[in-house]
Design a protein around this ligand. Structure first.
Ligand SMILES: Nc1ncnc2c1ncn2[C@@H]1O[C@H](COP(=O)(O)OP(=O)(O)OP(=O)(O)O)[C@@H](O)[C@H]1O
Ligand SMILES: [Mg+2]
Length: 238
């Protein structure tokens, strides 16, 4: 058995008393990218937010051998879970440098590593983040998670709404990020999934309906269609 960084067991999450996931169980290996897939509204974001304790949840969540399901969000973050939310959520009026500085949690933030991974951001360090392109804002959001020594990154739809060429750039950045910390990636672009992910988990209606390797799923057009409602080859850009 390969070691896992995260075990999720019977995660049932709710928003405002309304249940949004039910008995979700999966594990995330300690290396590489694991993709969390599914059609719109199936509970992918809620699963990430449940793991972080941002919404109320039941079940068992084990990070690197320790249970975290009863911890408040700030303790989970301190234990090394980085979050790159859907829609990036940079501070638009702050500069790139300020966005990074405000994200620094550790005594020794990894500024050099981030500068090496994102040279474009160094060049734009004085620019207001709100004036960056979508792809550049995504790099800022990823850089904020990488500046701390995280054990796991939760990354939600990083390529959403980006042009194909930029999708490829973001995928390359994610590939580098995954060399540094394992990534649980929510992603709709199946070319990106194919390029980056080893294992996949598919949700439907708040439940896990498939787990396996990315190639097992994506090489089988019927399985892909059934679970994701799309053809693996019809998606552009990676
Ligand atoms: N703030 C909210 N209040 C009430 N219900 C919500 C809220 N956010 C999400 N939901 C509901 O929870 C369910 C799961 O939503 P979630 O955002 O987790 O799905 P998702 O798989 O991330 O979707 P998408 O692909 O659109 O990002 C949906 O039925 C959605 O309508
Ligand atoms: Mg979502």
């Amino acid at each position: 058995m390969t070691s896992s960084i995260l075990e999720v067991e019977n995660l049932t999450a709710s928003i405002g008393g309304q249940q949004v996931t039910e008995d979700v169980s999966f594990s995330v290996p300690a290396t590489g990218v694991t993709a969390l897939l599914g059609r719109n509204g199936v509970g992918k974001t809620s699963t990430l937010r449940g793991i972080l304790g941002l919404i109320s949840r039941r079940g068992r969540i084990v990070l690197d051998g320790k249970e975290i399901q009863s911890l408040p969000t700030h303790r989970i973050v301190q234990r090394g879970v980085g979050y790159v939310p859907e829609d990036r959520e940079v501070f638009s009026k702050l500069t790139v440098a300020e966005n990074l500085r405000i994200a620094e949690r550790d005594a020794q933030p990894r500024r050099e590593l981030v500068a090496e991974l994102f040279p474009d951001l160094v060049e734009r360090s004085g620019q207001a983040a709100g004036t960056l392109s979508g792809g550049q804002q995504q790099m800022v959001s990823l850089a904020r998670a990488l500046i701390n020594d995280n054990r796991l990154l939760l990354v939600d739809e990083p390529t959403k709404g980006l042009a194909p060429k930029i999708v490829t750039e973001v995928a390359t950045a994610l590939e580098s990020a995954a060399q540094i910390a394992p990534v649980l990636l929510v992603e709709q672009n199946l070319q990106v999934v194919r390029r980056l992910a080893h294992d996949v988990i598919v949700l439907s209606g708040g439940r896990v309906v498939y787990t396996g390797t990315a190639s097992e799923l994506l090489d089988d057009p019927e399985l892909t269609r059934r679970h994701l409602g799309v053809h693996a080859e019809s998606e552009a850009g990676a």
